[in-house]
Design a protein. Structure first.
Length: 369
């Protein structure tokens, strides 16, 4: 396997549109890197530049220390798994997996060993004589991965490989890909717009927006310490609550006011907010950190109570989501399914104040988290 280096990589089209801007990233050997972001953010374009399917307009791409900007895709020692599987319909599973090896004129005995080894890893041994039309979507995706494994590349590239599968199968295939990474010790770069996939699979996640890298970090760090408003809203499902609030100071304590509500900021976060006294900022709190009065816990540092009216109740099994209006904004919260709260109820909620995030309203950068 191999590491990759992207230095100031950019993609500019003839019409002047910049699909990717000044992309810098060091990918270590055996890392599982996820590119995530909304449609059109440049994540697939970046992947295709790594694969050699798109020309790099500016910057340098190195694979295993070797500059490959002008190297043909077939000579970059990468394997790509596409969203639409890209299997040859007239070939059997065995022939599809063997095809790239035959192109490289690998000895037949060696081909047979490599294909059967890959088939065993992906539980495809009983399907080797079938054609793609006789396979389910999940089986076809496993065959596409088997073909990539058979190539024994330095780097695996995966472009939204699970987006054509139903929800249950996506969960199963996520587990398969995670096990595959552990088993092969492979360097994998994976593109998705699904932040759940990103959080469950990646050792590090690259969040992109409009061709620009926003933040690169581990899943837990991205979730707990988003660098800006976009990352905070994109990572997490349902997304973080955002409320415009004015920073104030009273009796030596910093607070945030929205509508008739005032929340006192913990001392650990207060110093960073003092320059913003008198200004409007964006307060952020995740739904699991909004606590309804029936579920107050002694081990949480809760804010002052806030009155809310429940507008939507969604039962999710063992838990539920409630959405409510508060004076000065709106909130959503996770509650237990056993909680008696329902649509239309007037309730009181409080924030786990230690989990409060605050963002600069103009720059959208994090002030505290």
């Amino acid at each position: 396997m191999a590491g990759l280096t992207l230095e100031h990589v950019g993609k500019k089209y003839p019409n002047g549109y910049e699909g990717v801007k000044d992309f810098n990233l060091e990918i270590a050997d055996k890392e599982f890197i996820i590119f995530v972001g909304p449609s059109g953010c440049g994540k697939s374009t970046t992947l295709r530049m790594i694969a050699g399917l798109e020309d790099i307009t500016s910057g340098t791409l190195k694979i295993d220390g070797r500059v490959v900007n002008d190297v043909e895709p077939k000579d970059r020692d990468i394997a790509m798994v596409f969203q639409n599987y890209a299997l040859y319909p007239h070939m059997t599973v065995y022939e599809n997996m063997a095809f790239p090896l035959r192109l490289r004129k690998v000895d037949q005995a060696q081909i047979d060993k490599i294909v059967h080894d890959a088939a065993r890893i992906l539980d495809l041994e009983k399907l080797l004589d079938r054609k793609p039309s006789a396979l389910s979507g999940g089986q076809r995706q496993r065959v596409a991965m088997g073909r990539a494994i058979a190539r024994q590349p330095k780097v695996f590239l995966m472009d939204e490989p699970l987006s054509n599968l139903d929800a249950k199968l996506r969960v199963q295939m996520r587990a398969e890909i995670s096990k595959l990474h552990d088993r092969l010790g492979a360097t994998i770069i994976y593109v998705t717009h699904d932040q759940t996939e990103a959080m469950t699979l990646g050792t590090r996640i690259v969040v992109m927006k409009e061709g620009v890298m926003q933040q690169v970090d581990t899943p837990s760090k991205l979730y707990a310490e988003p660098c800006n408003l976009f990352v905070a809203g994109f990572i997490g499902s349902p997304q973080m609550n955002f409320i415009d609030a004015r920073v104030g100071e009273r009796d030596g304590r910093v607070n945030l006011t929205f509508g008739a509500n005032t929340v006192t900021v913990p001392d650990a976060k207060a110093d960073a907010l003092k320059p913003y006294v008198g200004k409007v900022v964006v307060a952020g709190i995740r739904p699991e950190d909004v606590v309804e009065e029936h579920e107050y816990a002694e081990n949480r540092n809760l804010s002052e109570q806030i009155d809310a009216t429940v507008t939507v109740y969604e039962l999710l099994g063992s838990e539920a989501m409630i959405y409510g209006d508060v004076d000065g904004g709106a909130i959503s919260a996770h509650i237990s399914a056993a909680n008696p709260v329902r649509t239309g109820d007037r309730i009181k909620v409080a924030f786990d104040i230690d989990k409060l995030h605050v963002f600069d309203k103009e720059t959208e950068l994090a002030i505290v988290h």
